[in-house]
Design a protein around this ligand. Structure first.
Ligand SMILES: Cc1cc2nc3c(=O)[nH]c(=O)nc-3n(C[C@H](O)[C@H](O)[C@H](O)COP(=O)(O)O)c2cc1C
Length: 191
């Protein structure tokens, strides 16, 4: 990956499934994609609960990790060029606030920027079951140009671990962003 490529914004909000954010981060970082990372306060707690990690995991790699409570970062402005943005996992609260254009924190503002600039915005919601409100918010975002990529791993390739299930979703996210990858097995039809 060209290190002069526009950075990608990778954000993790406070839904269960922190492993999805970590897996996507690991794959993008390994691929040499320049990253600006945002972890919400609730996501930081869930990283601890589910993976015994916190945002220090991302900081120690040397990537830019932004404070979600501040706006004075490049990704808050449309004039800063990026290649796209991912929210994984995306909580229903976060998804609702983005769909309403609230821009109440850096993550929401960056998502708003990606929609207005017509750049790729991939949301990985994790909630079940879904209410009419959740579904309407997703439809509104999809119509505004976002890709709704639910945390729904396939089982065709018989994943054995949570990491393999998360890798399936990470691979789909990289596909949407047109980042060449072999993160997850690809279905080849009946053989
Ligand atoms: C342990 C824990 C697990 C949660 N899991 C989910 C979840 O899976 N999906 C969801 O939509 N919200 C979940 N929530 C609720 C969100 O954290 C809450 O809506 C919060 O406003 C999200 O804020 P954020 O998006 O800024 O991180 C969870 C909260 C906690 C404390």
């Amino acid at each position: 990956m060209n290190s002069k490529a526009a950075p990608l914004v990778l954000t993790i909000s406070g839904a269960s499934g922190a492993i999805y954010g970590k897996e996507i981060f690991d794959r993008l970082h390994k691929a040499g994609v320049p990253l600006h990372v945002v972890v919400t306060a609730t996501a930081n707690k869930i990283l601890g609960d589910e993976l015994d990690l916190d945002e220090g995991y991302f900081k120690k790699t040397g990537v830019m990790v932004c404070d979600n409570a501040r706006y004075d970062y490049p990704i808050a402005s449309g004039s800063f060029l990026t290649s796209g943005m991912v929210v994984a996992p995306c909580s229903m609260g976060c998804l609702a606030r983005i769909s309403a254009g609230i821009s109440g924190d850096l993550l929401e503002r960056a998502a708003d920027v990606h929609l207005k600039e017509r750049r790729p915005l991939v949301l990985v919601p994790r909630e079940t079951p879904l209410s009419d409100i959740h579904l309407e918010n997703m439809l509104r975002l999809s119509r505004a140009g976002a890709v709704i990529l639910p945390a729904m791993p396939a089982f065709t390739h018989r994943p054995q671990t949570p990491q393999e299930m998360a890798a399936f979703i990470a691979g789909r996210v990289l596909d949407i962003l047109k980042i060449p990858n072999d993160v997850a097995p690809r279905y080849k039809g009946g053989e």
